[in-house]
Design a protein around this ligand. Structure first.
Ligand SMILES: Cc1ncc(COP(=O)(O)O)c(C=O)c1O
Length: 456
């Protein structure tokens, strides 16, 4: 029976869609062109968020659409547990060629949460293959975000997304994520960075018993959980060293940073470190299709080959032929048009433009990030770095001011203590022109200036 329960954006008209805000109307966009989105009234907006760090090539790239159409016509679906379509093999070769070192063994799923979840199961089975069934814990960091499934929520630490599900979560330990703007517990107390944030991993390992730990997971640069936090120099090499000493698998969650977002193919390259598993999603298919996966080092695959010879895990849509065809087309365009190099060469301009328009604003505490991933931290007081009270919902308000000024940015919150901390993420498509980058920065600055003026 058709029910009219729930949101009714147009009074009197039945509406059956469950939206995040039940009862509120979500803006409707009908078209994407280049780096712009067009709403149902025909208004154009610069998409400075690439959706949510996804549409690295921008909208409407015919080449990708044609590759998907050709694959759908040829063979729309295959069950990857038992069969293989040609673009799946092709994309695994492309991924192996761009991932660092011997991260040469690739498994595909449909998105970032599934990819991290699959990586956890792969690691768990790896330890079973090695005859160590006691290893199950994944050590994560706070704040961090690794996905919205129950195991990935357990490994991550994004309070707003975790708290309602607390009884369902696994008891994974967490260590503090370095925060060079606010300092971690140690540097807040002493005023100096000694990489105590990395040492905390060793202390935690000893506390819970390394023989119970399967893996450590971290984002090279934190995305939605804390707005573009970049680690201090030496952090990830110290982490790698601890993982090596205690024989712990190091998982780099590159769902948001991977495939060029930081101006290198993968974020870990910026920090001179080789993970054992690298998880990816978002940019690999540029938003043209849902796609994610992970790449594992040869030594891990060898444990399977010497053991059961089989990875026991699958989803119906894992390695969907049309999605991997989209991924292959996107990666080939990234390579051919040297778009990762383009991000690296424009990083400085992008951050100078942002700082030029934002630095003087009283509500902007910090502008940080790498490549085309910029985090803007909003504060109630610049000098003391006091955040806004969570109930002010400043990041959401700021993002809607940006929307009114014709620029789409991504609001996120809670990175300080789970509730306080307001950020805007700007993650433009890699093809954004210099003029459009300037315009994104200018519109964001104007929107935040207006918001501040209306608050005082
Ligand atoms: C670092 C990171 N990991 C995992 C995820 C989850 O990916 P998905 O939303 O595709 O499940 C995200 C999504 O924003 C992310 O940024």
């Amino acid at each position: 029976m058709m029910s009219t329960l729930g949101a009714a954006p147009v009074p009197g008209e039945p509406d059956h869609l469950i939206r995040p805000d039940l009862g509120a109307k979500t803006p409707v966009f009908v078209r994407g062109e280049g780096v712009e989105l067009i709403d149902e009234q025909g208004r154009r907006y610069l998409d400075a968020a690439s959706g949510v760090g996804v549409t690295c090539l921008g909208y409407g790239v015919a080449e990708v659409v044609e590759a998907m159409q050709a694959q759908a016509e040829q063979l729309c679906y295959l069950h990857a547990l038992r069969f293989e379509a040609p673009p799946t093999r092709e994309l695994s070769d492309l991924v192996a060629a761009v991932t660092p070192g011997d991260l040469d063994h690739v498994f595909f799923v449909s998105g970032g949460s599934e990819a991290n979840e699959s990586a956890f199961k792969f690691v768990r089975q790896y330890w079973l293959e090695r005859g160590e069934p006691g290893r199950w814990r994944i050590i994560g960091r706070w704040p961090s975000f690794h996905g919205n499934t129950l195991a990935t929520l357990s490994a991550g630490w994004h309070l707003a997304r975790r708290k309602r599900n607390a009884p369902l979560l696994l008891g994974f330990p967490h260590v503090e994520t370095p925060n060079c703007y606010r300092g971690c517990g140690h540097c807040r107390a002493t005023g100096t960075c000694t990489l105590a944030c990395a040492e905390e991993l060793e202390r935690t390992l000893i506390e819970v018993g390394p023989e119970s730990v399967a893996a450590f997971i971290a984002e090279p640069v934190v995305g939605a959980a804390a707005g573009g936090l970049v680690p201090p120099p030496g952090y990830f090499t110290a982490i790698r060293d601890i993982c090596d000493r205690y024989d712990i698998v190091f998982i780099a969650d590159e769902v948001i940073t991977g495939f060029g977002r930081l101006g290198s193919w993968f974020g870990v390259e910026q920090f001179d470190v080789q993970p054992d598993i690298l998880v990816f999603a978002k940019g690999i298919a540029g938003g043209y299709a849902p796609l994610g996966g992970f790449a594992a080092r040869t030594s891990l695959i060898e444990a399977f080959l010497e053991g059961s010879g089989r990875f026991e895990h699958n989803f119906t849509y894992a390695g969907h032929p049309v999605c991997v065809a989209a991924g292959a087309a996107v990666v080939k365009i990234l390579q051919r048009d040297r778009l990762v190099e383009r991000v690296a060469s424009l990083e400085r301009h992008f951050f100078e433009a942002l700082r030029g328009h934002l630095d003087g604003l009283p509500i902007v505490g910090d502008v940080r990030g790498m490549g085309f991933l910029a985090g803007v931290e909003l504060v109630a007081d610049r000098a003391s770095r006091i955040p806004f009270p969570p109930q002010a919902a400043m990041s959401t308000r700021a993002a809607s001011y940006c929307l009114d000024h014709g620029v789409i940015v991504y609001p996120c919150a809670g990175g300080i203590d789970g509730e306080a901390g307001d950020y805007l993420l700007l993650m433009p498509p890699f093809v954004t022109s210099v003029d459009a980058l300037d315009e994104m920065a200018e519109r964001t600055g104007r929107a935040l200036g207006r918001l501040h003026a209306e608050m005082t």
